[in-house]
Write a protein that binds this ligand. Structure first.
Ligand code: ADP
Length: 442
């Protein structure tokens, strides 16, 4: 107990004792005690009221001097109050510094709550995306940045990926969006101006497309002449072999140019518009007819486990099938097995190409969809491989919201799985077919 508290108690006891003593002298000790208690109560009530007034007016002159219990309470209060003021001031300075530094950042930063509503944003967020700190507070971010990709990213919870969206404030500008989760349910949306990067990527795409386009006509002329010369009986025998080689190389160049043009087209194509449902098994069958059936080709089995249809562009999916099937054929010996499976489930549908061929070392798998990547450059050049097939497959699948996954081991075959989300799959009511029929065509 503090000295002041002790003094207060002793004072109170003495007062009550004195009251009781004086009352006793007059024959009424209880009245004396009551009168002393009332006196103490009135004095405390006065102190309490004046302390309340001092709190209200901020004038503590009555409490500054002296050492009673009320002075003690006042000095404790003043100490805590001054400490709180100092702390508030330092927090305010810190907050100002943080705000200054976030405002100096060239990237936009928007703090979102669990419902993706804006809590606060920096100055760059206003410049880049038109988000206003006060006016837009509490608004859902996807109501301001109306890009379906951003909405999907926010819903997906996959915060490792980033997306590019068109700037809502400046035509032709691009923003890269990244979401960083923190705290219980909060997120930080980072916006970066990537207009220059996108412009360079477009320049590269245009260059490749234009160069490929310009190369196509001379190549057609050269191969036309080569065909004509090869058919000419007057060509000396010594020219026959070089002519075959020249025709082979011209055909290869035409294939490279064609695939580069296809890649450029896919890259610059906007979002997939066509979402007409089509049958996948028919494409599997026609691709098998086109590519299989040669003496040195492995056995190809088509496994249809669903009557589901796919929404998208059938010509592009046919390109995927042709690429994956021709790869499987090229990398599987003639006594091997290739199986193409079409199946669906609750999470979408899968188009699977499995072979019992040479397989791929796991270290190469992450690089397979890079342009011009070949596991064995020398060999693939010999068997007609260019290294653009899987890059095309990846782009077509991305346009269909699908993903490619590869599992393989050197020496024990490979599996290329294209997974389509439910939105891309149409489960047609079965007419004469069970929902999970298993048609195996060999
Ligand atoms: P390419 O035109 O060379 O086939 P791709 O992009 O289609 O180019 O394939 C890239 C590389 O992936 C190929 O060079 C090959 O080494 C490897 N690859 C693709 N499919 C298979 C497969 N089914 N089995 C083994 N290796 C494969």
């Amino acid at each position: 107990m503090s000295i002041a508290a002790r003094k207060f108690l002793i004072g109170l006891i003495l007062l009550l004792g004195a009251g009781a003593g004086i009352g006793w002298l007059y024959g009424h000790a209880d009245w004396g005690l009551l009168a002393a208690a009332l006196l103490a109560l009135i004095w405390q009530a006065r102190q309490l009221l004046s302390f309340e007034r001092a709190l209200r007016t901020g004038n503590f002159d009555d409490f500054r001097q002296g050492e009673g219990i009320w002075q003690q309470i006042f000095s404790r209060f003043r100490f805590e109050h001054e400490r709180a003021v100092r702390r508030k001031k330092s927090y305010r300075t810190l907050l100002r510094e943080i705000r200054k530094s976030t405002n100096a950042m060239p990237d936009g930063a928007v703090i979102l709550d669990a419902g993706n509503q804006i809590i606060v944003c920096n100055r760059a967020a206003k410049e880049l995306a038109g988000i206003k700190r006060k006016k837009d507070r509490g608004q859902r971010i996807d109501n301001i940045l109306r890009d379906p990709g951003l909405g999907k990213l926010l819903r997906s919870g996959d915060y490792k990926s980033t997306i590019e969206i068109m700037s809502p404030v400046k035509d032709g500008d691009w923003l890269n969006c990244r979401i960083v989760p923190y705290g219980a349910d909060q997120k930080l949306l980072l916006l970066r101006d990537v207009t220059e990067r996108m412009r360079l990527a477009k320049m590269r795409r245009d260059f490749v497309a234009n160069a490929s386009h310009e190369l196509r006509s001379p190549l057609t002329v050269i191969s036309g002449y080569l065909e004509a010369i090869a058919d000419d009986d007057n060509v000396p025998e010594t020219w026959r072999k070089p002519l075959v080689q020249m025709r082979g190389q011209t055909a290869r160049m035409r294939q490279i140019v064609g695939e580069m043009l296809e890649l450029s087209r896919l890259e610059s194509a906007g979002p997939m518009r066509s979402d007409k449902p089509f049958d996948v098994p028919a494409l599997l069958e026609s691709s098998r007819e086109a590519l299989g059936g040669h003496a040195n080709t492995a056995r190809i089995t088509i496994n249809v486990e669903t009557d589901a249809q796919l929404r998208g562009k059938s010509a592009e999916i046919e390109t995927v099938i042709i690429n994956l099937l021709s790869n499987a054929i090229r990398h599987t010996p003639s006594d091997g097995e290739i199986t193409m499976t079409w199946r669906s489930g609750e999470d979408g549908a899968d188009l699977i190409f499995a072979d019992t061929g040479e397989g791929i070392d796991p270290e190469h798998i992450p690089r397979l969809t890079e342009r011009f990547f070949r596991v064995d450059r020398g060999r693939s050049r010999g068997d007609g491989g260019i290294g653009l097939g899987l890059a095309i497959v990846k782009h077509v699948l991305a346009r269909h919201d699908a993903e490619l996954s590869v599992t393989s081991e050197a020496g024990s075959g490979s599996e290329f799985r294209c997974h389509f989300p439910v939105e891309r799959v149409v489960m047609t009511p079965a007419i004469g077919l069970s929902q999970n029929c298993n048609i195996s065509v060999t």
